[in-house]
Ligand binder design. Structure first.
Ligand code: THU
Length: 160
């Protein structure tokens, strides 16, 4: 028997203003995307902005549905949007911002498990890490150099 420890690592910025300039610009695009979310049920709006290696920025926002599970998170809308419009182009980084119509969200909001799994597929496919930055409406921004920090022991196509 042996114990296996998995260590993951994040950088915390006190606010979006502390981010490197180009990342702060990307976060602003996530905020703009968030404002276009369709979230009449949860009133929780999420925006994601992806920067591609060719300099293009692709956005996504959560799209809800009266049949709740038919809706989709912002992060998956964004990565599928990138996959559809710019197939094969490497994703460099993702910025995510979340806000609620009902309260001020100050905690950094990480992507849900299903979004982590979807982002992992793209990281594996492009064979290079995707940097992730996530925040609420205000407050700290957390950064990871790779999706792997958010999803240790990922299931991927190597197992198939
Ligand atoms: N949501 C996202 O867009 N991304 C996440 O990673 C977490 C949750 C959305 C889904 C739903 O529309 C709302 O936030 C509340 O769960």
């Amino acid at each position: 028997m042996e114990k296996i420890n998995v260590i993951t690592s994040f950088t915390a910025y006190n606010s979006a203003e502390e981010l490197p300039k180009e990342v702060n610009e990307l976060m602003k695009k996530a905020v703009e995307a968030r404002k276009k979310a369709y979230a009449p049920y949860s009133k929780f709006r999420v925006g994601a902005a992806l920067e591609l290696e060719n300099g293009e920025v692709v956005i996504g926002s959560n799209q809800e549905n009266a049949a709740y599970p038919s809706g989709l998170c912002a992060e998956r809308v964004a990565v599928f949007h990138a996959g559809a419009v710019h197939p094969g182009v490497t994703i460099r980084r993702i910025a995510i911002s979340a806000a609620s119509d009902e309260k001020t969200v100050t905690a950094p909001i990480p992507p849900c498990g299903a979004c982590r799994q979807s982002i992992a597929e793209y990281e594996q496919k492009q064979d290079s890490p995707i940097e992730i930055y996530f925040m609420g409406e205000t407050g700290k921004v957390l950064q990871s150099d790779s999706l792997k920090n958010l999803l240790p022991l990922v299931f991927d196509s190597h197992y198939l």
